[in-house]
Design a protein around this ligand. Structure first.
Ligand code: COA
Length: 259
């Protein structure tokens, strides 16, 4: 049914597995479109009570947006990429009336970390690694990372993680409040399903209201998400962004000039 996802519905739990393991499950246009449709299915299908998002293979949850799709994009196209992604996937996950959790089974970098953070909460395997390495590419997070990472770990740690591009392992991510539980990889999905089964025994309308109210707690008077979309797009008009993305694709170190 989907080109880039595997889906499975059992006992009310819809498991969505991003399936591009040879590319570290990077989010290209097809994945974004498939995810948008799969999340619509979560909203619409009464058989689905809760959902899990995870990645195929043992190495990566999602290693970011697909960098190969960034080359040659204009400033407007960059802005559009962030805007459409946020609207069709990340915001839709956050505002879903049914619990959607991330089972982070490896690298969750850039758009992967942002995808996990848009879920209602996160569990991880011991080998999981989280980070927002966009500055290595002359970029900033564009799928909500500047806002959601700050909300989850606080301003100081959020600043440091986004400025240094450092990765944190599962235990540190748990200490920071980025993930709720760390499990051995072989048990990750089963443990995630046990948590969702417990939630499925509670009142669904009350759960939907909790999601809505908790989401409201994060809204400030300034629209940081809109600011992020604009500034993400602005990066596409810089030489540093071409240098950063080309350096990644050419497997060399980027040399930034501040232009
Ligand atoms: N976009 C596009 N392709 C990606 C990718 C991404 N975000 N992340 C990984 N890949 C591809 C690699 O180019 C490589 O493709 P190839 O086999 O055709 O050369 C393949 O996935 C395997 O990745 P590789 O880098 O060889 O694996 P690794 O184990 O050495 O390193 C990572 C794993 C995750 C540390 C590394 O791939 C990485 O740093 N990825 C980019 C992370 C990032 O900057 N994300 C933010 C994007 S905004």
């Amino acid at each position: 049914m989907y080109q880039t996802l595997l889906t499975d519905l059992q006992n009310g739990i819809y498991t969505i597995t991003i399936n591009r393991p040879d590319k570290m499950n990077a989010l290209n246009k097809d994945v974004i479109e498939d995810l948008s449709n799969a999340i619509d299915e979560v909203y619409k299908n009464p058989e689905i009570k809760t959902a899990i998002i995870t990645g195929a293979g043992e190495k990566a949850f999602v290693a970011g947006a697909d960098i190969s799709e960034f080359t040659g994009l204009s400033k407007d196209a960059g802005t559009e990429l962030a805007y459409m992604g946020q609207k069709n996937v990340f915001d839709k996950i956050q505002n879903a009336p049914k619990p959607i959790i991330a089972a982070v089974n490896g690298f969750a970098l850039g758009g992967g970390c942002e995808l996990a953070m848009s879920c209602h909460f996160r569990v991880a395997s011991e080998n999981a690694k989280f980070g927002q390495p966009e500055v290595n590419l002359g970029l900033i997070p564009g799928y909500g990372g500047t806002q959601r990472l700050t909300q989850l770990v606080g301003k100081g740690k959020g600043m440091e993680l986004m400025m240094t591009a450092d990765m944190v392992g599962a235990d540190e991510a748990k200490a920071l409040g980025l993930v709720n539980h760390v499990f051995v990889q072989a048990e990750l999905l089963q443990k995630a399903k046990e948590i969702l089964q417990k939630i499925q025994n509670k009142a669904p309308l009350a759960i939907a209201k909790i999601i809505s109210c908790v989401n409201d707690a994060a809204i400030s008077d300034k629209d940081g998400f809109a600011n992020e979309i604009k500034r993400f797009g602005d990066c596409f008009a810089t030489e540093d962004m071409s240098e950063g993305t080309n350096a990644f694709l050419e497997k060399r170190k980027a040399i930034f000039k501040g232009k």
